[in-house]
Design a protein around this ligand. Structure first.
Ligand code: EPZ
Length: 420
């Protein structure tokens, strides 16, 4: 058990203004992408989270020089990187370590990377990533807990994904950026961070077209150069804050976000009776009365994101009526509901479907985080509940949210972190 817990006294409406941090899932793709450059790169807006620190350590072990000033920028000089081996202990610290395979293949023509870690939200194979590398002429092998990929010469090729995979799309883009010739990815993921990574690589001299559609064309380049680039704001943090504002019947304006990335969530909140308005780079969420139940089906972008299913289902535990949630992306992403049931929620989970019957009130209880967004869901539940909620295993939350409890406290939440 971790040494710290969050203690929340629920019931305070969140009110005020908050700034969203830079994107986690875009940063963890952009940082390994620097390995493709011949020169140092500077990345702005990188969030100060554990997944970022894990990647910095890995890059340093590989021979890169990294200078990170949280809130300012991260500069990575990859010129000293000649190693292509990322061991088990480093790789298992985060899911995104799988991007080192694509990035090292692109840089060194070979990669030996331990199987990735990350949230246990179901089986998470990487067979599609490996299929993509093979289409680029690499040989791949899984040996002793390591993924080994190597190519005499990476050459462009056609990659047709059997399912839409965010990680697979990013990994193939990384390797293809330096392959000889053109790669076409069919059935590509369209998430905002796919577009952000393509923009980052293009700012290094890559030739990538079509990111944000389901066909991406990458004309490989022999050399990529240094750049300075600011990553997009975190779409899931924005959504978590929107849900927390609605859950506490508050009035919160989130600054620095991209409202068009939030449309699936905004539509659902409006359907529930929440008031949502936006400007170019801010969203205001207000909730005055009780909220209605809605049905949710998670989908790839621009559908409802699986990463917001968990905090959203926490909100739905106190909605008027019954909500049906279908999780189509991962097969075990309802563990948070077992914990929220301990706070008085009425939930029934059947495989990838959850039925939530709204109750008038949740009650504080000790609960345990099982994965990153489960942590967000338990915080939302704690903010809504009457009495004290204690949340354990905070390292999951720290992997992906920058100063979340400080932001919530500034909005009026009664939330403290303490030693157990
Ligand atoms: C990325 O995970 C994100 N992780 C996840 O963020 C996010 O939930 C997910 O995309 C979906 O949006 C990072 O960006 C680091 P996938 P990833 O490949 O790449 C199956 C968070 O909370 N699949 O799109 O692992 C897979 O099992 C998280 O921030 C294969 O079968 O997701 C899943 O069912 C957690 N074979 C589906 O595809 C493959 O080779 C989609 O997975 C690859 C995927």
């Amino acid at each position: 058990m971790g040494r710290e817990r969050l203690k929340i006294i629920g019931g305070s409406a969140l009110e005020g203004e908050v700034q969203v941090s830079g994107g986690k899932n875009t940063s963890v793709a952009v940082i390994p992408a620097v390995l493709l450059s011949d020169q140092p790169c500077t990345i702005e807006n990188v969030p100060d989270i554990e997944d970022v620190h894990a990647l910095m350590d890995i890059l340093e072990h590989l021979g890169a020089r990294v200078r990170y000033i949280p809130g300012v920028s991260m500069t990575i000089d990859p010129t000293g990187v000649e190693d292509w081996h990322v061991g088990y202990h480093d790789a298992k610290r985060l899911r995104a370590s799988y991007y080192l395979i694509g990035a090292l293949l692109g840089r060194c023509g070979k990669a030996e990377v331990g199987f990735p870690g990350g949230c246990t939200i179901g089986s998470r194979p990487i067979d599609e990533h490996l299929k993509g590398f093979r289409a680029l002429g690499a040989e791949t092998e899984e040996r002793g807990g390591m993924v080994v990929a190597q190519a005499k010469e990476l050459t462009g090729g056609d990659v047709f994904f059997d399912m839409v995979t965010v990680g697979g799309t990013i990994n193939v883009m990384l390797a293809a950026a330096k392959a000889k010739g053109t790669t076409i990815i069919y059935n590509a993921a369209k998430e905002p961070h796919i577009v952000d990574l393509a923009n980052f690589l293009n700012s290094m001299g890559a030739k990538i077209k079509g990111a944000g559609t389901d066909v991406i064309r990458i004309k490989g380049q022999e050399r990529l150069h240094g750049t300075t680039y600011a990553v997009i704001p975190d779409q899931i943090e924005t959504g978590t804050l929107m849900i927390a504002a609605a859950a506490t019947r508050g009035d919160v304006t989130i600054h620095g976000c991209i409202p068009t990335h939030m449309e699936a969530l905004t539509a659902k909140l409006l359907e529930m009776g929440v008031r949502v308005s936006d400007s170019d780079d801010s969203i205001r969420v207000r909730m005055m009365t009780a909220h209605r139940a809605v049905n949710i089906k998670t989908q790839v972008y621009p559908g409802f994101p699986t990463d917001l299913q968990q905090p959203m289902s926490a909100l739905l535990t106190t909605a008027h009526g019954t909500s049906l949630i279908q999780e189509t992306i991962f097969d075990q992403r309802f563990k948070h509901l077992d914990e929220i049931a301990r706070m008085g929620a009425s939930v029934k989970v059947m495989g990838r479907t959850a039925l939530i019957e709204g109750v008038p009130q949740l009650y504080g209880a000790p609960v345990t985080v099982t994965d990153l967004r489960a942590g967000a869901a338990l915080i939302v539940a704690g903010l809504m509940a009457s009495g004290v909620t204690e949340i354990y295993e905070l390292e999951y939350i720290d992997r992906g949210y920058e100063h979340l409890e400080d932001k919530l406290r500034n909005l009026g939440a009664q939330i403290v972190r303490e030693e157990t």
